[in-house]
Design a protein around this ligand. Sequence first.
Ligand code: ZN
Length: 569
Amino acid sequence: MYPLVALLKSFHTLRWTPLQLALAACIFIILTCNAPLWQLILSQPYESLLQQMLFSLAFFTLMLAVFLLFLSLLSWPRLIKPVLVLLLLCAALVSHFMSSYGILIDKVMIQNLFETDMAETADLINVQLLVHLLLAGLLPALFLATRPIRPQRIINLLGQQLACVLACCVLLGLNAALFYKDYSSLFRNHREIRNLAVPSNFIYYTSRFLTGAYDATSRPFEQLGLDAVRKPPINNSNGKPDLTIVVLGETARSMNFALNGYPRNTTPELAQLPVISFRNVEACGTSTAVSVPCMFSLMTQASFDNAASHYQSNVLDILQRAGISLFWRDNNSGCKGVCSRIPHQSSDELGEQGCNQEECFDMQLLTGLEQWLHDVDGDAVVVLHQQGSHGPAYYKRVPEDARAFTPVCNSNQLQTCNQADIVNAYDNTIVYTDRLLAQVIRFLQNQGNQFNTAMVYISDHGESLGENNLYLHGMPWLLAPDEQKRVPLITWLSEDFQTTHGLDAECLDSRRSEPLNHDYLAHSLLGLMRVQTSVYEPTLDLFAPCTSSNMHLAQTSDNQGTPQDHSEG
Ligand SMILES: [Zn+2]
C-alpha cells in the first residue's frame, strides 16, 4: 500500500515544464474530443489490421506534431495554463455538439455561435452537455491548472521549445515519407477532416471569422438602387396603396408541408385558402446567419459574400428608397444586419401577450400591427421574422393547444427521444406556422378596404431530423442533405392586388414545380412592389412572367417567332 501512496504523493508534487503540460493536454484532446474523426480514420479501407493500426498511430502522431508546434510557441510559465484551460473547455464543448448533432465546424458555424442569443443557447443546454463538459473539460482543466510549474532559466525553456519544434518537424517528415499515399487519398476523399479535427477546426475558423469581421469594418458602405422609383400600377382601378407582408420562416423544411405532398396534414388551414406553394425551392445557406443576409441581398448565391453583404444596400433599403414604408418585427435572434437601416422591433418590445416565461409564440408578431398600419401613409412592406421550427427544443415553439401530433419529444436531447416523437414535435411547429400564415392572410383580408394586400412566406433553411444520423442544420452547403436545403415558399395575393398589378394567378400556379431558390426573393419583392431600378433583374422575379404586360409581350414574341403559322393561318 505504502509504495502506491508514495507514488501518488510524488506524482502530486511533481513539477511540470510548460511543454509537458501542453503535451498532456494535446494527447487528452486528440483521444477524447475527436470521436467522429477517429470513426472516419478507422473506417477507411485498409489492407490488413496491422496497416489500420500503423496508419491510426501515424495519424495520431501527425495531429500531436501539428498541435504541439502551435502550442510550443505559447509554452511559457505564466501563459500556458490559461491557454490550456481555454483550449480544454472549448474542445469539450465543440466535441459534444459534433458528436451529438453530427455538425461540422466551419466559419458559418462559428458565426452562428457569435450571433446566437440567450434563448437559443438555453435550448442547447442539457444534462448530457453538462456531464461531458465536466468530464472532458472542467476536470482535466482543473488538473492541469493545479500542477506546480518547474522553475527554469529562460535559456533552458528556449532550448526545450527548439527541441520540441525539431521533434515535431521530424514526426511530420516521417509521416509524409511513410504514409504520403494514404494521406493524399484520405484528404482528397474527405475534405471535411479540417472541419472535424478538434481543436484545429474551431481555432482556424474562429480566427477566420474574427479577421473577416475586422476586414469588413474598414469597408465603405455601397449604396445600391439609388435610382429606385415606383412604377404606376398596371390597372389603376382603385387607388389603394399596396401592403405586402413577408413572413420569414425559421428552420421549416419544404418536405414536411402537406401542401407540398407530405402525407400528414400539417397545413390544414392553408389548404382552405387560395395560396400557391412552390415546392422546388433551394436555400442559399443552411443556417440563419448565411441565409437571411443572402436572401435579402441583391447578390446571387453564386456571388454571395456574407461580410460584404453587411456593407451594401439590400432589397429592403431599396424598397424604402422608392418611398415604401418598411417595418421588421423579430421573434428570432435578430435580423442578422438586414433590418439595421429600417424601422424594426423585437418580440420583447411587443408586450407579453402570447408569451410564456421563456419565449413568445410567433402569433405575437401580429400584436399591434394594425396600429402601426394606421399611421402609415402609402405603400408598406412588413417582415415578420418567426421563431418557427427552431430546434432542438421543437416542443417549446408551439402552445399546448397547437399540438396536433403526439407524443412529442419533450427534451432538447434529441438522442434520448425516438424518431417518431422528434418528428411529431417538429411537425407541430409546421402546423403552428400554418395557423400563423392563415392568420396573416385573414389580417390582410381585413385590411382590404385600405390596401391591395399580398403575403410571401419563405423559410431560411431546412432541418435534419435524424436522417443519416444528422440533426439540426448548418452543414457546409456542399455536404448538406436536401432536408437542410429545401425550403417552403408560399404566396397569397388578394383579388385587388392581382387586378391592379395585372398578375395572373393561374400562370403563377403553373410555376409551382419550377426550380427556384433564394436568389428570387429580392427581385420578386421589387417586382411585386413595382419598383423600377437598374439593379432589378426580371429573370429572378417570380412574378414577372405572370404579369399581364410581360405575358402579352411573351405572346407577341411567340407569334413573331412562328411566321409559318401566320402564312398558313
Ligand atoms: Zn435559421
